[in-house]
Design a protein. Sequence first.
Length: 94
Amino acid sequence: MYILNYSYESGVYNDLEYTYVKDLDKKSMKKALDKFKGEKDFVAFCNRDNETKTTIRTVYDFTMEDINGKLIFNISANGFLNKMARIIIGTVLD
């Protein structure tokens, strides 16, 4: 998932990227990523209409890279719930 930390929106990739115009504390955000690693119940980080048997997932790795104001998030896990990655990244941004 890509987050643009610019003061303007991309007219080319706006359906693939999210523009966040506020200043971000990237150091704190990177610390927060570690809290999602490991086997956890991600019930709070999925769509309410989730119909899976279990909401327990294992996140193996979660990284954030800043390339000229474009934040690139990579999450590796044994499975994802509906909208799990979007909700987690939105929480990290908040």
